[in-house]
Design a protein around this ligand. Structure first.
Ligand SMILES: Cc1cc2nc3c(=O)[nH]c(=O)nc-3n(C[C@H](O)[C@H](O)[C@H](O)COP(=O)(O)O)c2cc1C
Length: 152
């Protein structure tokens, strides 16, 4: 899909019809891996995909998603939060390109069991993802959904 068309077609998907394949997960990982992070300090970030039923069952607000991909960092300043957003957005667009349903998720962060992430890493944002019956075509959004201005 062309990039601009993809961007206009992206939407939050909260209903999932099945698990993604390992190849699809790898493609999503690769997209996250291509993200930019502040000061190029990639070692400060982790991407952890949760597919284990017993862990998923403990997560709040994931809408029954079969996969939850957590972006974590070893600090939680604005720089790590923004970088995590870039990483997760890359992964969301990759999911869309694969025809999968995905949504950003913060609701689950507080319920992630302590042993899921490496010691010292904090979850900053997650992506719920799974197969979907939804299709992706450019949406007609209100032009002022986000107010904009240009100083000249
Ligand atoms: C930082 C962030 C956190 C979000 N957390 C959640 C969440 O926990 N649960 C949820 O259902 N949607 C969550 N969303 C999705 C937004 O609600 C959704 O993107 C917004 O309503 C706009 O809809 P759209 O993505 O279809 O354009 C989050 C989005 C962002 C950017």
């Amino acid at each position: 899909m062309e990039t601009l068309k993809m961007i206009q077609s992206r939407k939050a998907i909260r209903e999932y019809t099945g698990q993604l394949s390992d190849d699809q997960l790898q493609t999503i990982f690769d997209a996250g891996n291509a993200g930019a992070v502040g000061m190029g300090q990639f070692e400060n970030y982790r991407i952890v995909a949760i597919q284990k039923e017993s862990v998923l069952a403990q997560l709040n607000g994931i809408y029954g998603a079969p996969t939850v991909i957590v972006v974590a960092a070893n600090a939680a300043t604005t720089m790590e939060a923004v970088s995590a957003g870039i990483i997760v957005h890359n992964m969301a667009l990759a999911a869309e390109d694969l025809g999968l349903g995905a949504n950003y998720n913060m609701a689950s962060l507080g319920s992630i069991p302590g042993d899921v992430l490496p010691a010292g890493f904090k979850p900053l944002i997650a992506l719920t993802v799974g197969q979907t019956n939804e299709t992706f075509t450019p949406r007609s959004l209100p032009a002022d959904r986000i107010q904009k201005e240009t100083l000249k």
